[in-house]
Design a protein. Structure first.
Lengths: 416, 290, 289
C-alpha cells in the first residue's frame, strides 16, 4: 500500500499490462527469497511450513552472486519480499544499513532461542539487537578418501588430526602417482578458502579479520603455519596444477572425482554424495590445528530475516519462530540429513548412527564466524586482500610479505 | 515549404523513439552522472561529495591497471576479428552451396548468448574435464593438459579464442554485405583488365566495403572496451587480478563492494573514453574518404 | 606496385586446384566452428557419474537424459521459464520494431533538422557500461511500477537492442531506390501509406533481422532480468540456467552446464536457421548504403 506508485503513467502502465503478468496472490501469502546454494534445504523447510499452515510461502531462488544486489536494490524501491534467507556473513552490513526488522523482543521470549547455536546468535546481533536466526546451516569439515588411504597404506578409518598430518598423508597418497593427488583447495576462490582454510588457522590459534580499524588482523602463528603447509604441498606437487586458478568450479567436483586424498569441504557434501554417488567411500573429520585436539570450523549457511517495511510482518514473524520449533528442526532439517540449529536437538532419532552428520554437528558447536563489516571487500571479492594473501604465499612463495600486506589492507578496509 | 513540411513529418516519425531514448536512456544516464558526485552505497545512504570519486578514480592503480588491460584486449582482438572477418568474407561471398554453408556455420555462434558461449569454453579449457585440452593432447600439440588461466597471457588467449569463435561471423557478414553490394560487373571488368585477386581486394573491395568495415570495427571496439561477461565467467579476474577489465572493476566496486557512487564515476570516465574513441574512428574514416 | 607480373589469368588446372583448396579450407572452418557445439551436445548426454570424469571422453559411454532432467525439474519446471522468456522476447521484438521502423524511416527519408545528432543520441546507450546503468534504471522502473512485470523487462531489453535496430532500419530504408518513393509521392499518397505499401515490403528482410537480434538479446540477457523480476514464477531462462549450473561457492555442475548450454542455444539456433534467408539479405541491405 505504501509503495510510491502514485504517478499516473506508472499506474496506467501497471493497469495496462497487469493482464500480462498478474499472479493471483492471496492476502496472507508470503514471499521469500533464498540464495541459490541454500535453495534445496530452504525448499524442504518451506514445503513443511506450507503443509501445516494457512499462510503459504512462495519461494524464489536467487543466484548467490546477485543476492546482495537484489536485496539492496529491492529495499530502496520497496519491492522487498516478506522473508529472506541469505549468507549469514552479510548480516552485519545489512543490520547496520537498517535493512532488517528488529526481532529482539520476540526471540528473547522464545524458549527455543535459548539453545540456538551461539555462532548464529552472534552474527545476527548488532548493538544489542537481534535481527535473524540461523535457517539452513552449513559448516566446514575435512574430507578424506578412504579408498585412496587404503591404497597408500594409511588407516582408512582415521583422517588427519593435525596440519602436519594433512601434509604427511597427502604426500603418501601422492606417492601413488599418476593423476592421484594428495590434497585439493580452490586457489582462486576467496569464499572456499575462508570456509575451509581459515578454520585451520583459527584452530592453530590465529584471529582472522578485524572488526574495525583499531582491531587486530591475522594474529598468531596459525596463519603462517597453514600457508606454509599449503606451500609445501604445492611445491612438492601434492596438489593438482589447476588448483591455482580454480575459482570454485571444482570446489566440490575435484574431491568427488575420486582422485584427491584430502580436501576441505562442507556438510552439504553428505546429501550431495548420497544423491549423486552413493557408493563413494569417504570420511569426514574436523578441520585440525597445530596440535591434536585443536579443531575449528567455519559456521556458514543461511540466516532468515525479515526485510524492513514488509507488508506481512506478523505472519513473517510467525515463520521465524517456527524455524526454531521442534517440528521444523526435526522434520524439516534433521529428517533430511541437515544439521539442526538448536544444540539440544543435535542428537536425535535421525542422526543416530550417522557418523558424518554427527561430525558436522560437532563442527557447528566448535565453529567460528567472523563478525565484520565489509566482508565482501575484505574476503569475498575477486582481488580481496584475503585471496591475494593466499595466492601470494602459496603460489609465489612469499609467506611473510603476503601476510603483512593483507593485514594492512584489511585494516584499511575495516576503518572505512 | 515542402522541405519544411517534410522535416516536420520526419520529426513526427522520429518522436516516439526520441521520447523513449530520452526517458529510458538519457534520464538514467543523468542519474548515473549525479550518483558519481555522491558517496551513495548500494545498501542505501550517502551524500554529495563533489569530485571526490573522480579524484579517487584517477589515483586508483587497480582501475588503471584494469583500463590498460581492457585496452590491450581491444588492441589485440579488434585487428584479429577484422582480419579474420575480412578473410572469411572473401572466402564465402561467392554463392556456391559449400560457401553458403560455411557462411551459415561461421555465423552460428553469433546467435548464442555470450554467457553461454563463455561457460562452454570455460569447460572446454578446463585442465581436468575440458575436451579442448584433451583434443590438443591427442593431436600432439601439447604433452599434457594445460592450465590456461594460470598466466595472464594464456588466460587472455583463451578468452580471445572463445570470443573470436563467438563473434567472428558478425564481422564476416557485415563485410560480406559490403563485398556483395559491389556488383559483379566491376569484378568482371577488373578480371578482363587482368587484375590479380589481391589487387582486386586492395583496389575494389576494400574501398567499397570500407563503410561496413568501419562499422564492424566501431562495434567491435565498443564491445571490447565494455568486455565483462567473458572475463567474469572465464578468468574471474585472475591470476592475481591481472585480467580485470574496466567494467569488471566497475561491477566489483558497485555490486560487490557496494560503492555505487564510485562505480558511477568510473562508468562516466569509461563512457567518455569510449565516445571519444568512437568519434575519432568515424572522423578518421570520413577524412580518409575525402 | 607490380601489377603486370600478376596479370596473366590463371590456367584451368591451377584454377581447379584452387577450387579444391578452397573447398578444403571451407570444410576445415566448418569443422572448427562446429566442434565446440558438437562436443557440448554430446557431453550433455553423459550419465551423471561421467560428467566430471578425468580425463574426459569425447563420446558418452551411454546415452542418458539425467542432465536434462536436472534442468527440466529445476524449481518451477523448465516450461515456466521458457514461457516467460518467450513472452519477454516477443514484447521486445514488438517494441524494437515499433520504435526502430519509424525512426529508421525518418532518418533515412526525411530532411530532419539535426538528424545526425539525434542518430548519435540513439546510439549513445551502446557506449555505457550496461551494468552501471542498471541501478538508475531499476530505481526509475520501481517508481513507474515497471519492476516485477515482463513488460518492464521487455523495455529494458529494448533499451539494449534499440541502437543496433535503428542503425539497421535506417540503412534498410536508405537502400530502397529513390524512384519508387517518388512514384508513390506523385500518386499523392500520405507518408504512412508510403511506409506501409512501398517501404515496409522492401525493408522486410531488415525487419526480420531486427526481430532476430532482439530475440537473441532478450533470450540471453541475465542480470537485468534477475534485478527486475521478483518471483521465481516470473524468472526467465538465463536465471534458471545460472541456478542449475552453479552450486556452493561457485562450484560448477559440469553435466548441468552442458545441458543448459544446449537448452539456451537451441531456440536461438532454430530461429536463426528458420529465418536465415531473410536476415542475410537484411544485413546485406542494412550494412551498405
Amino acid at each position: 500500500m505504501t509503495r510510491p506508485r502514485s504517478r499516473i503513467p506508472g499506474t496506467l502502465t501497471a493497469c495496462l499490462f497487469a493482464a500480462l503478468t498478474a499472479l493471483p496472490v492471496h492476502a496472507e501469502d508470503l514471499t521469500m527469497w533464498v540464495r541459490e546454494s541454500a535453495a534445496d534445504p530452504g525448499k524442504l523447510m518451506v514445503d513443511l511450513w506450507n503443509s501445516s499452515h494457512d499462510s503459504k510461502i512462495t519461494l524464489t531462488a536467487i543466484p548467490d552472486n546477485q543476492m546482495v544486489t537484489k536485496l539492496a536494490t529491492s529495499a530502496q524501491s520497496g519491492d522487498s519480499p516478506d522473508l529472506v534467507s541469505f549468507d549469514l556473513i552479510y548480516m552485519p552490513d545489512f543490520m547496520k544499513a537498517g535493512l532488517l526488522t528488529d526481532l529482539t523482543e520476540q526471540l528473547t521470549a522464545d524458549p527455543n532461542y535459548a539453545t540456538h547455536v551461539q555462532a548464529y546468535k552472534d552474527i545476527a546481533t548488532y548493538e544489542g539487537k537481534t535481527y535473524g536466526v540461523g535457517f539452513t546451516p552449513d559448516v566446514s569439515v575435512l574430507a578424506w578418501n578412504k579408498d585412496l588411504y587404503q591404497a597408500a597404506g594409511l588407516d582408512p578409518e582415521k583422517g588427519p588430526t593435525t596440519i602436519a598430518e594433512v601434509v604427511d598423508h597427502a604426500r603418501k597418497i601422492r606417492a601413488l602417482g599418476g593423476d592421484t593427488y594428495g590434497f585439493w583447495f580452490s586457489g582462486s576462490c576467496p569464499g572456499c578458502n575462508i570456509f575451509v582454510t581459515s578454520p585451520m588457522m583459527v584452530a592453530a590459534g590465529s584471529k582472522m579479520l578485524p572488526r574495525n580499524g583499531e582491531d587486530e588482523a591475522l594474529t598468531g602463528d596459525g596463519v603462517k603455519l597453514v600457508l606454509e603447509a599449503y606451500k609445501t604441498m604445492w611445491d612438492e606437487g601434492m596438489i593438482p596444477e589447476n588448483a591455482e586458478v580454480d575459482t570454485g568450479a571444482n570446489f566440490v567436483s575435484a574431491f568427488a572425482s575420486g582422485k584427491i586424498g584430502i580436501a576441505g569441504t562442507g556438510g552439504f557434501l553428505i546429501s550431495l554424495m548420497k544423491r549423486e554417488n552413493p557408493d563413494f567411500n569417504y570420511g569426514l573429520t574436523l578441520l585440525p590445528g597445530a596440535e591434536p585436539g585443536q579443531v575449528s570450523a567455519f559456521v556458514g549457511g543461511d540466516v532468515v530475516a525479515i526485510p524492513a517495511g514488509g507488508k506481512n510482518e506478523a505472519a513473517a514473524r510467525e515463520f521465524v519462530s517456527w524455524v526454531l520449533s521442534d517440528e521444523a528442526q526435526l522434520q524439516g532439517l534433521a529428517k533430511n540429513s541437515i544439521l539442526t540449529t538448536r544444540t539440544d536437538l543435535a542428537d536425535n532419532e535421525f542422526t543416530k548412527g550417522n557418523e558424518k552428520v554427527l561430525t558436522t554437528a560437532q563442527a557447528l558447536s566448535v565453529g567460528y564466524v567472523p563478525w565484520v563489516f565489509h566482508f565482501a571487500d575484505m574476503v569475498n571479492s575477486d582481488s580481496s586482500p584475503w585471496i591475494t594473501m593466499v595466492q601470494t604465499a602459496i603460489f609465489d612463495g612469499d609467506v611473510d610479505g603476503a601476510i603483512e600486506t593483507a593485514r594492512a589492507e584489511m585494516l584499511a578496509i575495516a576503518s572505512k | 515549404m515542402s522541405t519544411r513540411r517534410n522535416a516536420l513529418v520526419g520529426l513526427a516519425w522520429l518522436t516516439p523513439t526520441l521520447a523513449f531514448v530520452g526517458f529510458f536512456v538519457l534520464w538514467p544516464m543523468v542519474h548515473l552522472v549525479w550518483l558519481s558526485f555522491t558517496s551513495t552505497s548500494l545498501l542505501g545512504g550517502g551524500q554529495w561529495i563533489g569530485l571526490e570519486n573522480y579524484r579517487t578514480a584517477f589515483g586508483d592503480p587497480k582501475f588503471w591497471a584494469a583500463f590498460k588491460f581492457t585496452l590491450l584486449y581491444t588492441v589485440v582482438i579488434t585487428p584479429l576479428l577484422m582480419g579474420l572477418g575480412l578473410a572469411l568474407a572473401l572466402l564465402v561471398s561467392p554463392n556456391t552451396p559449400l560457401r553458403r554453408l560455411t557462411r551459415s556455420v561461421v555465423f552460428l555462434p553469433v546467435v548464442i548468448g555470450l554467457a553461454s558461449s563463455s561457460l562452454l569454453w570455460f569447460w572446454l579449457f578446463d585442465q581436468q574435464v575440458g575436451l579442448f585440452n584433451q583434443l590438443l593432447v591427442d593431436l600432439g600439440v601439447i604433452d599434457a593438459p594445460v592450465v590456461w588461466f594460470r598466466r595472464a597471457e594464456t588466460g587472455l588467449a583463451a578468452v580471445i579464442i572463445s570470443v573470436t569463435w563467438k563473434v567472428v561471423g558478425f564481422g564476416m557478414i557485415l563485410i560480406m554485405a559490403g563485398i556483395q553490394s559491389i556488383g559483379t560487373d566491376l569484378f568482371e571488368a577488373a578480371r578482363i583488365d587482368g587484375a590479380s585477386r589481391s589487387l582486386q581486394v586492395r583496389r575494389i573491395i576494400l574501398p567499397l566495403a570500407a563503410r561496413s568495415l568501419v562499422m564492424a570495427t566501431v562495434i567491435s571496439v565498443i564491445g571490447s572496451m565494455l568486455a565483462f561477461d567473458q572475463f567474469y565467467l572465464m578468468t574471474g579476474g585472475g591470476p592475481r587480478g591481472k585480467t580485470f577489465t574496466s567494467v569488471y572493476w566497475i561491477y566489483q566496486s558497485g555490486f560487490v563492494r557496494f560503492d555505487l557512487g564510485y562505480s558511477a564515476a568510473l562508468s562516466v570516465i569509461l563512457m567518455v573514453v569510449i565516445m571519444a574513441m568512437t568519434v575519432l574512428q568515424l572522423r578518421l574514416q570520413s577524412r580518409r574518404r575525402r | 606496385m607490380s601489377v603486370a607480373t600478376l596479370a596473366l589469368p590463371p590456367k584451368p588446372l591451377a584454377r581447379q586446384a584452387r577450387g579444391w583448396l578452397m573447398a578444403a579450407i571451407c570444410i576445415a572452418i566448418i569443422t572448427l566452428m562446429l566442434m565446440p557445439l558438437v562436443m557440448s551436445f554430446l557431453a550433455s548426454f553423459r550419465p551423471l557419474a561421467e560428467t566430471s570424469a578425468v580425463p574426459p571422453t569425447y563420446l558418452p559411454s551411454a546415452l542418458s537424459l539425467e542432465n536434462y532432467q536436472k534442468v527440466a525439474n529445476y524449481q518451477q519446471g523448465v516450461w515456466t521459464y521458457v514461457r516467460n522468456s518467450t513472452v519477454v522476447a516477443g514484447l521486445t521484438i514488438v517494441l524494437c520494431l515499433a520504435l526502430s521502423v519509424p525512426a529508421g524511416f525518418a532518418l533515412a527519408r526525411f530532411p530532419v533538422p539535426g538528424k545526425e545528432i539525434w542518430f548519435v543520441l540513439i546510439l549513445a546507450s551502446m557506449m555505457i557500461p550496461y551494468q552501471a546503468l542498471l541501478v538508475p534504471i531499476y530505481l526509475m522502473f520501481a517508481k513507474l511500477g515497471l519492476t516485477g512485470n515482463h513488460f518492464g523487462l521487455a523495455i529494458l531489453h529494448t533499451i539494449l537492442q534499440l541502437p543496433f535496430s535503428v542503425y539497421l532500419m535506417r540503412n534498410s530504408f536508405e537502400s530502397v531506390p529513390k524512384e519508387l518513393e517518388e512514384a508513390a509521392r506523385v500518386d499523392g499518397a500520405s507518408t504512412a501509406f508510403q511506409l506501409r505499401r512501398v517501404f515496409i515490403p522492401l525493408a522486410l528482410p531488415g525487419m526480420v533481422t531486427v526481430a532476430l537480434f532482439a530475440f537473441i538479446t532478450s533470450w540471453n540477457e541475465f542480470i537485468g532480468a534477475l534485478i527486475l523480476m521478483n518471483t521465481e514464477s516470473a524468472f526467465t531462462v538465463p536465471i534458471m540456467l545460472t541456478g542449475v549450473v552453479s552450486g556452493d561457492f561457485g562450484s560448477v555442475d559440469w553435466g548441468a552446464l552442458q545441458a543448459s548450454v544446449v537448452v539456451s542455444m537451441l531456440p536461438c539456433l532454430l530461429v536463426y536457421l528458420a529465418l536465415q534467408r531473410y536476415y542475410v539479405s537484411g544485413l546485406l541491405a542494412g550494412a551498405v548504403k
